[in-house]
Design a protein around this ligand. Structure first.
Ligand SMILES: [Cu+2]
Length: 137
């Protein structure tokens, strides 16, 4: 019995430190349910880097959507338009905000009925961040 406690404490400490030192962290994640008759949804979040080097997000994938693009909304001549972003750089020790009217994720063609979504952020071939979130109305 005596051995269990030190092992548990070690496990807890390990958990805490690996969480803090994750190179990329997501917060304030909101993904809307696709509106009736629509095959796309918007996603918003804040990406915060703890890394000492820039992290370049090349693409985002999800098992629940056939395609995900990173977009940016702009107002031109009073008309809202959106553009597809290429690679997105998160500078060292800084944040990039995806929010209504600015950068957002465009999630297209949901695969079946979905309540939650899992988002994989890629830097080239490597997944640098996985986010799971329940869809909001
Ligand atoms: Cu868009």
């Amino acid at each position: 019995m005596k051995r269990i406690i030190p092992v548990l404490i070690l496990a807890l400490l390990c958990c805490a430190c690996s969480h803090e030192s994750a190179p990329l962290v997501a917060s304030d994640v909101v993904v809307s349910k696709p509106k009736p008759g629509m095959s796309m949804a918007a996603g918003y979040l804040t990406l915060t880097s703890n890394a000492s080097q820039p992290i370049v997000i090349t693409h985002v994938e999800s098992p629940q959507f056939e395609s995900i693009e990173m977009h940016e909304s702009v107002i031109e001549d009073g008309i809202a338009r959106m553009y597809r972003l290429g690679d997105l750089t998160v500078a060292a020790k800084s944040s990039v905000v995806f929010e209504p009217g600015g950068k957002h994720l465009m999630l297209m063609r949901p695969v079946g009925e979905i309540d939650t979504v899992s988002l994989d952020f890629y830097a080239g071939e490597a997944v640098v961040l996985t986010v799971n979130v329940a869809l909001s109305d």
